[in-house]
Design a protein around this ligand. Structure first.
Ligand code: ROI
Length: 161
């Protein structure tokens, strides 16, 4: 079993429900156990500003799946929840599932880079992650606390219940 952290985001078609449904699908992945989920956060869009606010969350999953098996499974969930890949970079999406961390590993291949490229500076990833893994250390030795200290809590709003 390895502990994996997954970032969830949605800003189309009832984002909160998209995240709820994705968590249920993740919880039923084979050889896997959903260990924790963060609160949901509303966040200002990073990228083009002419799109709705996002709902973001982070989940901790213990899994026996290999990284690319997990990636396949997450991409299938995205597709099943109506994700259409558009040409526009950083445009709106019904569901985005990102593997943020996979155990203590650093991985680079064509389809997957872990730790996730952009996680280090994104408030909508780091703050939910800190809720469920406050003592976390990245494979390069950096502490989550250090990343948080350099990342203002901006454009982020923790949603009730
Ligand atoms: N912006 C926010 N706030 N949350 C996201 O999950 C998110 N995902 C993306 C881009 C378009 C970069 N912007 C985002 O992929």
């Amino acid at each position: 079993m390895e502990r994996v952290y997954i970032g969830l985001g949605s800003n189309l078609a009832e984002p909160r429900q998209q995240i709820e449904a994705a968590l249920a699908a993740i919880a039923s992945l084979p050889g896997s156990c959903l260990a924790a989920t963060s609160s949901f956060y509303a966040s200002d869009p990073l990228g083009p500003a002419d799109q709705p606010r996002y709902v973001n969350a982070v989940a901790a999953l213990d899994t026996e799946l290999a990284p690319l098996q997990l990636l396949d499974a997450l991409q299938l969930i995205e597709l099943e929840q109506g994700r259409v890949r558009k040409a526009e970079r950083w445009g709106p999406r019904t569901l985005d599932l990102d593997i943020l961390l996979f155990g203590g590993r650093s991985l680079t291949c064509e389809r997957l880079t872990v730790p996730h490229y952009h996680m280090h500076a994104r408030a909508f990833v780091l703050y939910p992650l800190a809720e469920i893994a406050p003592q976390l250390q990245l494979p390069d030795g950096r502490l989550l606390d250090e990343l948080l200290a350099a990342c203002p809590y901006e454009g982020l709003e923790r949603l009730a219940g």
